[in-house]
Design a protein around this ligand. Structure first.
Ligand code: FE2
Length: 442
């Protein structure tokens, strides 16, 4: 490993990793089981909050979820005002609804925004506190969640975020124009019901954006610092969720890349290709399990700045109420630039990712690893009509300092990178991500 890439091992290196397993039901039609699962986690006539967003409110997944809950005799109240790409304001509004409702269980049906909002609503209704109390330091206080939350059953309708498997809730802190989050094992849903049929109504652009989120979860988990490169925690059991790549996360990451690499374009091209959407959904679940136990790193840390500072970019396929850079897009735009740079820390791992994604690696040497992996990502981005660089969503040289400033504060993610990075390095990585059409590696 080159010099400058060793993390501080003063406290002694970590020698063990932990596996936090999610309970998952996966398969076509699985949403029909929702009511019975909620019943088994609560009691007859329990009061249940059903969270979704305005677009989904009238679509089949919500219809099926509501029918299943009511058939089980549960007392269901729907909250359909989740903000796509949630903010502190929208988290607070959802928390108010949850507080007033005194619910015994929570169900989320939607994408990452819906699932994350439900986690936050359940948290603040159960353990009231100012919003920043539980938010990751340094932007928030990083207070520990005091105890368990009521059961949350998460039913994803996008094939991307993996939020159903993680204890992380991300939102946009409006005052600082930066995304941040709450991370606690207590936030992990009690059960994920993953039904590929629930993605049938997704516009193809949303499939692409969320599919790239899957790819980045897998590649970042696989190329994160090793769990042994982190100092042992004090106390010994206080292992962070971003514990670094480990043999468990490696398994999920590689299989997710293999499946998503061959199904992403098919799922983008044809909404009725059930096999491809099913594979992509399974890849999302595997990558979610992986990054829930390893943690992601620089492309995600940088994405929070890209999404938070959005100018006028209107994302095709998403609600047209306001400018937004969808999460998966904001992540993958940074990825080729990051992997060109991080490849030097573990070229074989980067090459393995490229091969799992379907790249032709015959004749490639370890020196080519960054270019081969980035090249494969860029060809998939081109094929699914994503912008080819940050310039495509409105950023230029003039924005590099502001972007770097907002990314470097994402310590939980930045510290999980395979190399130590400073603000200047992050700025250079953003610069390298401005325009990939020139093809010039930076
Ligand atoms: Fe993500």
């Amino acid at each position: 490993m080159p010099s400058g890439c060793q993390h501080d091992l003063e406290l002694g290196p970590e020698s063990a990793f932990s596996i936090d397993a999610s309970s998952i039901v996966f398969g076509r039609g699985a949403l029909r089981e929702l009511g019975e699962h909620v019943l088994s986690l609560t009691h007859a006539s329990a009061r249940v909050a059903l969270f979704t967003d305005p677009r989904l409110a009238s679509l089949p997944p919500i219809e099926h979820a509501s029918a299943s809950l009511r058939a089980a005799g549960l007392d269901v109240v729907v909250y359909d005002r989740v903000h796509v790409e949630p903010t502190d304001a929208s988290f607070l509004e959802a928390a108010r609804f949850a507080t007033e409702g005194r619910f015994e269980a929570y169900v989320s049906v939607g994408g990452g925004s819906v699932i994350d909002t439900t986690k936050a609503a359940a948290l603040y209704a159960t353990y009231p506190a100012p919003l920043l109390a539980y938010v990751n330091a340094p932007l928030g206080e990083g207070r520990v969640v005091p105890g368990p939350l009521p059961p949350h059953i998460a039913c994803p309708t996008t094939c991307g975020t993996g939020s159903e498997c993680t204890g992380i809730a991300v939102f946009d802190l409006l005052a600082t124009k930066v995304k941040t989050g709450i991370a606690s094992r207590r936030l992990r849903p009690a059960l994920a019901i993953v039904d590929p049929d629930a993605t049938r109504t997704l516009p193809s652009e949303v499939v692409a954006a969320s599919g790239f989120d899957v790819l980045c979860h897998a590649i970042e988990s696989y190329t994160a610092r090793s769990f042994t490169a982190r100092p042992a925690p004090r106390p010994l059991t206080a292992r962070p969720m971003s514990q670094g790549q480990n043999p468990w996360s490696d398994l999920g990451s590689l299989e997710a890349l293999r499946l998503a690499g061959r199904s992403l374009v098919r799922a983008f091209d044809d909404a009725s290709d059930d096999e491809a959407r099913g594979e992509l959904m399974w890849a999302a679940t595997l990558a979610g399990i992986a990054f829930g136990n390893a943690g992601v790193h620089l492309p995600h840390a940088m994405s929070y700045a890209v999404a938070g500072l959005v100018k006028g970019y209107m994302a095709p396929g998403y609600p047209s109420d306001e400018p937004r850079v969808p999460h998966g897009t904001s992540v993958v735009l940074n990825a080729p630039s990051v992997f060109r740079w991080t490849a030097r820390t573990s070229p074989a791992r980067h090459l393995t990712c490229a091969e799992a994604l379907g790249a032709d690696v015959r004749g490639a040497t370890v020196d080519d690893a960054g270019e081969v992996l980035s090249g494969r990502l860029l060809s998939l981005m081109r094929r699914t009509r994503l912008p080819l660089g940050l310039a495509g969503v409105g950023y230029g040289e003039v924005d590099l300092d502001a972007l770097a400033e907002r990314a470097i504060v994402q310590r939980r993610l930045v510290d999980n990178a395979p190399c130590a990075v400073d603000r200047e390095r992050v700025r250079a990585l953003f610069e390298g991500a401005l325009d990939y059409r020139t093809g010039a590696p930076r």
